[in-house]
Design a protein around this ligand. Structure first.
Ligand code: GTP
Ligand code: MG
Length: 206
């Protein structure tokens, strides 16, 4: 499915604009600037599909991406949508706007029946912060399956990545909805992407 071209189909500014529930949705959540949009582009190998920026607060809606030809020849592939999300935490935007994005993210994560898996992205340089913890707790409570993806591993040394993987895995022991395996990725160096693609394929085939 990741060898096909993907297209952007819809930007959702608030819950009432969500598309009708249908395909299995795989969402990418995380603090502003953690690399959500870059990771989606790297997964589908299409630079510029999801808009990225140096400035936190780039993605401002729930952006839906589907394989091209979605309504046509999908063979026996199960229907899937990748959902890029606004970041939570710091963003270069007025507070009211940031609060609205955060509310949208939280409402979507806890109330979308077709949401099959959330990838919670964590910047390798920072590890899990308080607002990440809040999101993990929300997902536990809503019983939404999630998995942690470390991003930007090219920015730290390999032993530091290994230690972060171990520490993060230990922390997940008290999170019932967390998938235990931590994925370490770099969109920049295209590392860890095949493992993530495989994990997504496994989820949508369940
Ligand atoms: P918001 O939409 O603002 O919440 O940000 P985002 O999480 O979508 O992050 P985005 O993909 O826009 O990337 C933010 C910045 O991090 C950009 O400058 C990217 O080039 C950079 N970045 C993303 N992934 C990587 C990575 O694997 N390695 C390095 N070195 N930089 C990365
Ligand atoms: Mg983004």
């Amino acid at each position: 499915i990741f060898n096909r071209p993907w297209i952007f189909i819809r930007g959702v500014p608030s819950m009432k604009f969500l598309p009708p529930a249908g395909p299995a949705e795989i969402a990418f959540a995380g603090r502003s600037n953690v690399g959500k949009s870059s990771l989606i582009n790297a997964l589908v190998q299409q630079t510029g599909l999801a808009r990225t920026s140096n400035t936190p607060g780039r993605t401002q809606e729930l952006n839906y991406f589907v394989p091209d030809g979605y309504n046509g020849d999908m063979g026996d592939l199960p229907p899937i949508a990748l959902v890029d999300m606004p970041g939570y935490g710091y963003a270069e935007a007025p507070k009211a706007q940031v609060d609205a994005w955060t509310a949208l993210v939280f409402d979507y994560l806890r109330g979308r029946p077709t949401l099959k898996r959330v990838y919670v992205l964590i910047d390798s340089r920072h590890g899990i912060k308080k607002n990440d913890e809040d999101v993990l707790k929300l997902l536990d409570k809503a019983a939404v399956s999630y998995q942690i993806v470390l991003t930007k591993t090219d920015k730290i040394k390999p032993p530091a990545v290994e230690k972060l993987v171990r520490d993060t895995a230990a922390l997940l022991a008290k999170h019932p909805a967390a998938y235990p395996e931590i994925l370490a990725t770099s969109s920049e160096k295209s590392s860890g992407l095949d493992e993530l693609r495989q994990a997504i394929v496994t989820v949508i085939n369940q």
